[in-house]
Design a protein around this ligand. Structure first.
Ligand SMILES: Nc1ncnc2c1ncn2[C@@H]1O[C@H](COP(=O)(O)OP(=O)(O)O)[C@@H](O)[C@H]1O
Ligand SMILES: [Mg+2]
Length: 266
């Protein structure tokens, strides 16, 4: 579905955010990029739709030519939904109007200046229904709770009718219980619509509970790549080496935490 060959990123100023990386994203899977803050998760995720331009390497999407081609990039972005940590909604727009923005990639420039079509509205309302917010369609985005705003963000991505969703820390701004619910919802709607999901997360429990495959990042390098079921505490040590974040310590020291997390998320 997506193939990265020798993709690396060095930002201006010389920060090496991502070492040369080869990977393939398989269709229908939930892949989680796991790692501490600064590990390179957002950089890798954003290279997948060229929001970050790789310093080396190429990205190819399914049947399209490499994404250096403008047309290939446009087609790839049209069928790739993005979910952001801070949802990036327009606060004064209604939930529905925000979700309709997911349709923009399908409209010609002049069409985008006209009122939305019946068909687009139907797709947007269906997306809101899928995230359980049909009754909030006409409320302003800034009147909704944080969890609901992120669900509108998911609906906007769904309205794009994507094949792939890239979600960058989709629950990092939410409390733990809401995080769990929103992540479950994102997982469920992707499964229901046959959408491939790549999400970056820094919480071990959420990652292990939802991923088919974990790509563990540390210091811009892939240090683990395999099934979520096979992640050992030693792998987590490697991913979080040198990190003393309280949030990850229990998972490193207590093997039952991992099993409990997986059970809770399923
Ligand atoms: N636009 C940027 N310019 C310069 N350095 C950046 C930029 N974005 C990220 N970085 C740096 O690249 C490294 C990886 O960052 P990032 O991909 O955001 O990691 P993560 O998402 O895992 O927290 C960090 O050292 C970060 O400070
Ligand atoms: Mg990030």
């Amino acid at each position: 579905m997506l193939e990265l060959s020798e993709v690396s990123k060095t930002y201006k100023g010389g920060v090496r955010a991502l070492e040369r990386t080869d990977l393939k994203i398989e269709p229908g899977q939930v892949t989680v990029l796991l790692g501490p803050s600064g590990a390179g998760k957002s950089t890798l995720l954003r290279c997948m739709n060229m929001l970050v331009t790789p310093s080396t390497g190429t990205v190819r999407a399914e049947d399209l030519p490499p994404l250096e081609s403008r047309r290939a990039l446009r087609d790839h972005r049209r069928r790739t939904g993005m979910v952001f940590q801070h949802h990036q909604l327009i606060p004064r727009y209604t939930a529905l109007r925000n979700v309709l923005l997911g349709r923009v990639g399908y409209q010609s420039l002049w069409r985008g200046l006209l009122p939305s079509t019946r068909e687009d509205e139907r797709i947007a309302l269906d997306a809101l229904d899928q995230v359980g917010l049909l009754d909030k369609a006409l409320e302003r985005a800034d009147s909704l709770s944080g969890g609901m705003q992120q669900r509108v963000g998911i609906a906007r991505a769904l309205a794009q009718r994507p094949r792939l969703i890239l979600a960058d820390e989709p629950v990092a701004s939410l409390d733990p219980a809401t995080s769990q619910r929103v992540m479950s919802l994102l997982h469920r709607v992707c499964e229901h619509n046959g959408i491939t999901l790549v999400a970056s997360l820094h919480q071990v429990d959420l990652a292990l509970g939802h991923a088919d495959r974990i790509i563990g990042l540390a210091h811009g390098e892939v240090v683990y790549d395999g099934p979520a079921d096979n992640v050992t505490d030693a792998d987590l040590q490697l991913i979080y080496e040198g990190v003393t974040d309280n949030a990850v310590e229990p998972a490193l020291t207590d093997p039952t935490v991992k099993q409990a997390a997986v059970a809770a998320a399923r």
